[in-house]
Unconditional design. Structure first.
Length: 848
């Protein structure tokens, strides 16, 4: 059987489970984040490399087409004088051979058609077939001629169409590498990535380092011919190790390549993986730092939290261990622990009252005992009343009582008896014991109740006065009369009648009346002492019983407390589970609200992106139309192509930036960073610019800080105003407020038909940043102004509002960033939203 960890306290359980849970989640989240970012980074790099490769391929194709067209156009212009001599429909073989023998490239063809499309002359390199004014459109070689046509030139004087056609495979002889070399090498990717061109034979045509070499047989350390693989694959991505001349070692590289069949070229854009994954290394460092900081902060926090939960339980346990009844716990919380403390205090009050009652009873008994002790101490001075009588010395009461029982035990079973004067070492007293006079004494230990004097002065001697039967009485009298003196040994006579026994002591002489009178007070005192001792025995027995009863009750109460302690532990476990479940529910609800808010904002943003993309799409459409028109007009030049491509790439990059901004805006911030408030507001305004301007709404944005010029136009320059918080969530708050302002202005315009204005101001003074957003809408209804920050509360139609935007804004500002968000109506009309946050110094890392 495996060993099982045994925890000795609830605090240890809470600490261990909390630490394991936290660091487990942290580790899992870190690995997940790392691989997500790595995958995203790989996808984005691959996407960028593919875009670069496509761009290079298109650029080369455009250059080939342009060079081919210009070259063939020049050939036609050179041969125009020859063609113009053909004014009749008769084909002159010499002229045709002159035209056919001048094609610019191998396998080129020259054809002439009239305005109706009929083929008049067709020539190729070498002998040409005979042809006349007949339609040859169905002939295969004519179709091929039309198929391979790459440029035409019309002769205005005759309406003839002269065509020079070149097979695609011949394009490589037209294009010069130097024409595209500089343009390809200028394309850089990352820190040291570059573009290059090879052909299907492995010849390096364009490369920043190793041009005019053959790399067809290049292989890595595993014998993999990656260049052959790239040539075989033609289009796609290839990973391989590479080391340029002068570099120390091989580095892993990725290349995205495209095949151009017209040139038999492979155009590739490449980058090194260590540069691509450089951000991942920094991410590892950041995650390690976060882990170490978490260890430093979470462990003490967990210790404090577990101690705060188990502190009252430990206090209660220590109080029970002490066993005192005066313990009262201080109630610090209103949860289950607090209610348990209330029950414990009431229970201890009940026990304490019972203890006080027992102590009071004990005190009363001890007072009576002390009074008895004082009486005994008073009588201790009495000693040796007569020779041989009981000596009242300074012995303790218990010893006196024990000796008394020893000396008088012989009379316990006697019904009536008399004691005579004896020698000094014997008892000598005159008294009669009657058990029936003291039932309680007989019940407890058949102790003495009283001694009675049974003698008269006329009687010459002492005798047994009363026995149960007269016969035994007469026998005793006879025995006593017959013996006036006895020897030193004691003599006795047993009278067995109903288990009664009389013991007679030896004596020297009878006790006189005077001696009896002198002895009588002492005998009475002895009786009182003996009765007091018996009472004390009874009191001690009663006290012992009370203590035994109290001990049983304490044991019962201890068992109950033990049971309640077990219940308390179970309650603590259930409480911990309930807290965890409720926390999980709250987090789930908050995440759902955040997701709903983001989805609502995303809907708004998609509309904004549609507006922002419309302008660059229109510009691209115009560029394409202009290229088509320039093509028909013969105005396409290298400079024109470069300018058109540059303009198109600017528009495409603008659209790409818009998408990146959109993605970054909705990516949640994982940790607090330093935020430039003006920059964040400007970014949100830029994202919403099309939505705002399309509704005839203008935005006035100003900001000022202590020591700067008041009312600075933040769109051109702004002072340094920073806060600490979650960047994207903060921008989300600004967007929600601006969306509400825009919607209210649009609603007001439907009634009043006037342009709207949104005024945004950012001020920083005395360590506080204040962001004010004012609008010229209809304001907030007085009955709703206290409810606008409640979840799912909205005054908009269901298809225009979810009621969670302002709620999430307040949660982000006040709960997550420690600030304040409020709303009020302006006297001049419209509403104003105010955000107040603590200002952060400018020496920290910024993330706007």
């Amino acid at each position: 059987m495996g060993s099982r960890v045994i925890f000795t306290s609830i605090q240890q359980k809470i600490f261990v489970y909390a630490v394991l849970l936290f660091f487990g989640i942290l580790t899992l989240s870190s690995f997940t984040l790392y691989f997500i970012i790595k995958t995203e980074l790989q996808d984005r790099i691959a996407e960028q490399l593919n875009i670069y490769a496509d761009s290079l391929s298109e650029m080369v194709k455009i250059s080939v087409d342009s060079a081919s067209e210009q070259y063939l156009k020049g050939v036609l212009l050179e041969r125009a004088s020859v063609i113009e001599t053909m004014s009749s429909g008769t084909v002159i073989r010499e002229n045709m051979l002159e035209i056919a023998s001048k094609p610019p490239l191998k396998d080129a063809s020259v054809s002439i058609r009239d305005k109706d499309g009929r083929l008049l002359i067709y020539g190729i390199t070498g002998d040409a077939p005979s042809c006349g004014k007949t339609s040859l459109e169905t002939e295969r070689f004519v179709k091929n001629s039309i198929h391979y046509t790459s440029g035409t030139y019309t002769i205005p004087s005759s309406g003839w169409c002269v065509t020079v056609s070149v097979p695609s495979a011949s394009f490589r002889d037209i294009l010069e590498v130097e024409e595209v070399r500089e343009a390809i090498l200028s394309k850089k990717f990352g820190k040291s990535g570059y573009a290059y061109v090879i052909d299907s034979s492995g010849n390096v045509l364009i490369h920043p380092v190793i041009e005019n070499t053959n790399v067809y047989n290049e292989a890595d350390i595993n014998g993999r011919y990656f260049i052959r693989e790239m040539i075989s694959k033609k289009n796609g991505e290839t990973y391989y190790p590479w080391k340029n001349p002068g570099e120390a070692s091989f580095r892993e590289k990725v290349a995205s390549h495209r095949y151009i069949p017209e040139l038999d070229w492979i155009v590739a854009s490449s980058s090194y993986l260590d540069e691509i994954y450089a951000p991942l290394f920094r991410l590892k460092v950041y995650l390690t730092a976060v882990f170490l900081i978490s260890v430093i902060t979470v462990i003490p926090l967990t210790v404090w939290l577990s101690a705060s939960i188990t502190g009252p339980i430990k206090y209660l346990t220590r109080a029970i261990e002490k066993g005192g009844t005066d313990i009262r716990l201080v109630k610090k919380t209103a949860d289950e622990t607090g209610r348990l403390i209330d029950h414990f205090n009431r229970y201890m009050e009940t026990i304490d009252d019972y203890r006080k009652k027992l102590e009071q009873d004990l005190q009363d008994k001890l007072k009576a005992e002390n009074a008895l002790k004082k009486s005994l101490e008073t009588e201790k001075s009495v000693s040796d009343i007569s020779a041989g009588f009981i000596n009242f010395s300074s012995m303790p009461t218990d010893e006196i009582f024990r000796n008394s029982l020893i000396k008088f035990s012989m009379l316990i079973v006697a019904s009536k008896a008399a004691v005579y004067k004896t020698t000094p070492d014997k008892c000598r007293m005159l008294y009669r014991y009657d058990p029936s006079d003291s039932p309680s004494g007989t019940e407890e230990c058949r102790a003495f109740s009283r001694w009675l004097f049974e003698r008269t002065a006329e009687q010459p001697e002492l005798f047994i006065e009363s026995v149960w039967q007269s016969r035994e009485n007469q026998s005793a009298m006879h025995f006593l009369k017959s013996r006036r003196t006895v020897s030193a040994a004691a003599s006795s006579m047993s009278v067995e009648q109903e288990n009664d026994t009389v013991i007679l002591f030896e004596f020297a002489e009878p006790l006189t009346a005077e001696e009896y009178e002198n002895l009588r007070p002492s005998l009475r005192l002895f009786k009182n002492i003996f009765d007091g001792a018996m009472k004390r025995v009874m009191w001690e027995d009663s006290i012992q019983k009370a203590y035994d009863q109290m001990e049983r009750k304490v044991q019962d109460r201890t068992a109950q407390l033990t049971e309640k302690t077990v219940l308390l532990e179970e309650l603590s476990k259930n409480l911990e589970k309930r807290v965890h479940e409720e926390t999980k529910k709250l987090r789930t609800q908050e995440q759902l609200l955040v997701q709903q808010s983001k989805m609502a904002a995303m809907g708004e943003m998609i509309g904004s992106i549609a507006h922002q993309w419309r302008q660059p799409l229109n510009a691209l459409a115009l560029l394409i139309q202009d290229i088509e028109e320039a093509h028909f007009c013969g105005e396409i030049t290298d400079k024109y192509i470069t300018a058109s491509v540059s303009d198109a790439m600017k528009q495409i990059n603008h659209m790409s930036v818009t998408i990146d901004d959109f993605r970054n805006f909705f990516r949640p911030s994982k940790e607090k960073t330093k935020i430039s408030v003006p920059a964040a507001v400007i970014e949100v305004i830029a994202l919403m610019a099309s939505q705002i301007s399309n509704n005839s709404i203008s935005v006035d944005f100003s900001c000022s800080a202590k020591g700067s010029e008041d009312g600075t136009d933040c769109k051109t320059a702004y002072p340094e105003i920073y806060i600490n918080g979650y960047s994207n969530e903060f921008k989300h708050v600004i967007m929600n407020i601006l969306n509400n302002a825009k919607d209210e202005i649009i609603k007001t315009k439907e009634k009043e038909n006037k342009n709207g204005l949104i005024t945004i101001s950012v001020t920083a003074e005395n360590g506080l940043v204040r962001i004010s957003v004012k609008d010229t809408g209809g304001g907030i209804a007085p009955e709703f102004i206290d409810r606008i920050f409640e979840p799912y509360f909205t005054t908009k139609n269901p298809d225009k509002g979810t009621g969670i935007g302002l709620y999430m804004a307040k949660v982000i500002i006040e709960n997550n960033m420690g600030g304040r968000l409020c709303a009020l109506n302006r006297e001049e009309g419209g509403a104003e939203f105010i955000i107040e946050l603590e200002e952060t110094g400018s020496d920290e890392t910024k993330d706007s």
